[in-house]
Write a protein that binds this ligand. Structure first.
Ligand code: MTE
Ligand code: MO
Length: 451
């Protein structure tokens, strides 16, 4: 490993809500003190800066060491906040919506702030949101899950489960990513948005806890040979319904889940019950799950004929392309961040594949002419985010940063040119192309497409 020589270069890591303007960048570079402090204080919601003593302290004065208040007084007591919250200094780290993307917030999306996250787990409060008809906080005592078959031979004993009944069954917990099929969708034609939060923020990763759907089907006397597909249906106003192939269910991976990162699901993510369908696009992960039906053919519901179909160059739509293919992105440095000095930087990012484990991630700092393998952080799990790191010494000249993932099945993340050759440029969904960030000589990082 290529260890940095201290001191480390300055780096404006906190990607602002929108781009810094030219004047702000100039201020950063002229090293005008106070800009960073000002920016950080603003990010912390204007938390007051600590003021030093007005006149120099005299010997014997208890203020001689100029200790901050937190080193002299009593802090706050336990359980001042029965449910903990992030530091007030971290207020800039938020999920954000893209203004103007949708007409109403109930049928919209908020993006996870990937530029500010570490490791692979998305804190539940920052998990991206995608609702078709708004979110609800449903009373778990009233919620029910019905399991039935398309006919009696398909499933002998249709059952209705309460939450208590589901919680009595032996659970499994597994860490998986969920990515909306529309993630990076705005980038098909051209560069559309400034930061990684908006290009790739419709992905999150959690430990989910629940009961394998296969177990529940077996309890109901399902014919697991004749059953080829299940229909999963949500209890919100959109009655979101999606067809899931039984091959995914039979592997035991598909869960009827109530837990997320050690506690019950958050309402925005489907409380009290959601389907967890590892590797499949987000829309298959039905929230507020109220019904599962076992059948022998795809259901072709409104949600799978209009949405999440891929418009191909010849004008036809491809349906049921639900596996999230191998993909990666550098999350830092990324669009909207500013490198304030030359020197060592840790390039870091996330890689994932809906087909299994990530085998390798290569990084290029020269627009794809040369590639070197990144270090994968453990754990590397199947259908889960994998964190990668890469040592880089910035020489102050413009650079083009890219990452390219390969999964255990040998699938390689394509360039935009390769992807568009097959898929055209008018699609919305399933864009897994290689992302490029341009580092300008000024240190500003921008979203670009070079191929
Ligand atoms: N019932 C219901 N389930 C749903 C949706 C919805 O609107 N209603 N949205 C789907 C879509 S398109 C996605 S990408 C994921 C988003 O899950 P999240 O909001 O927990 O991130 O939920 C899916 N499940
Ligand atoms: Mo989605």
């Amino acid at each position: 490993m290529n260890l940095p020589t201290l001191p480390l270069p300055r780096f404006l890591r906190r990607a602002p809500e929108s781009f810094l303007n030219r004047e702000q960048i100039a201020q950063v570079h002229s090293g005008r003190r106070g800009f960073l402090a000002g920016a950080l204080a603003a990010a912390a919601g204007g938390a007051a800066a600590q003021a030093g003593p007005a006149s120099p302290p005299l010997p014997g004065d208890p203020n001689i060491l100029n200790l901050p208040d937190h080193s002299k007084g009593l802090g706050q007591g336990v359980a001042a906040r029965p449910y903990g919250l992030p530091s007030a200094w971290e207020k800039n780290l938020q999920r954000r919506q893209s203004p103007g993307l949708t007409r109403v917030t109930q049928s919209s999306v908020s993006f996870a702030p990937l530029q500010g996250l570490f490791g692979i787990i998305t804190p539940s409060g920052l998990h991206f949101e995608r609702h078709h008809q708004g979110w609800w906080d449903i009373d778990p005592d009233k919620h029910r899950l019905m399991i039935n078959g398309s006919d009696e031979r398909m499933l002998k004993r249709p059952m209705v489960f309460t939450m208590d009944e589901l919680l009595r069954l032996p659970p499994v917990s597994r860490i998986h990513f969920i990515e909306c099929g529309a993630n990076t969708g705005m980038e098909w034609g051209n560069v559309a948005v400034p930061t990684v939060q908006y290009t790739h923020g419709m992905i999150s990763c959690s430990e989910f806890t629940g009961v394998p759907l296969r177990t529940l089907l077996e309890m109901c006397g399902a014919d697991l040979k004749r059953g080829k597909f299940v229909l999963a249906e949500g209890a919100d106003g959109s009655s979101m319904t999606r067809t899931i192939p039984m091959s995914a269910v039979m592997s035991g991976e598909v869960l009827v889940a109530y837990g997320q990162n050690g506690e019950m699901l958050r309402p925005e993510n489907g409380y009290p019950l959601r389907l967890v369908a590892p590797g499949l696009q987000g829309v298959s992960w039905i929230k507020y799950l109220r019904r599962i039906e076992l059948g022998d053919m795809p259901y072709a519901t409104k949600d799978e004929t209009i949405h999440y179909v891929d418009l191909l160059p010849d004008g036809q739509h491809r349906q049921y392309s639900s596996i999230q293919e191998v993909k990666s992105v550098i999350t830092s440095p990324s669009g909207g961040q500013v490198l304030l000095d030359k020197g060592f930087f840790n390039i870091t990012g996330l890689a994932w594949s809906g087909r299994g484990k990530v085998r390798r991630v290569d990084v290029s700092v020269d627009g794809g002419n040369n590639w070197k393998p990144a270090r994968l952080e453990t754990p590397v799990l199947s259908k889960c985010l994998t964190r990668f790191n890469f040592d880089w010494r910035w020489d102050g000249r413009p650079a083009l940063l890219m990452s390219r993932a390969v999964d255990e099945t040998g699938h390689i993340q394509p360039t935009y040119a390769a992807l568009r050759k097959v898929r055209g440029a008018r699609s919305i969904y399933h864009n897994n192309a290689i992302q490029t960030w341009l580092v300008e000589a000024s240190g500003e990082v921008k979203n670009v497409q070079i191929s």
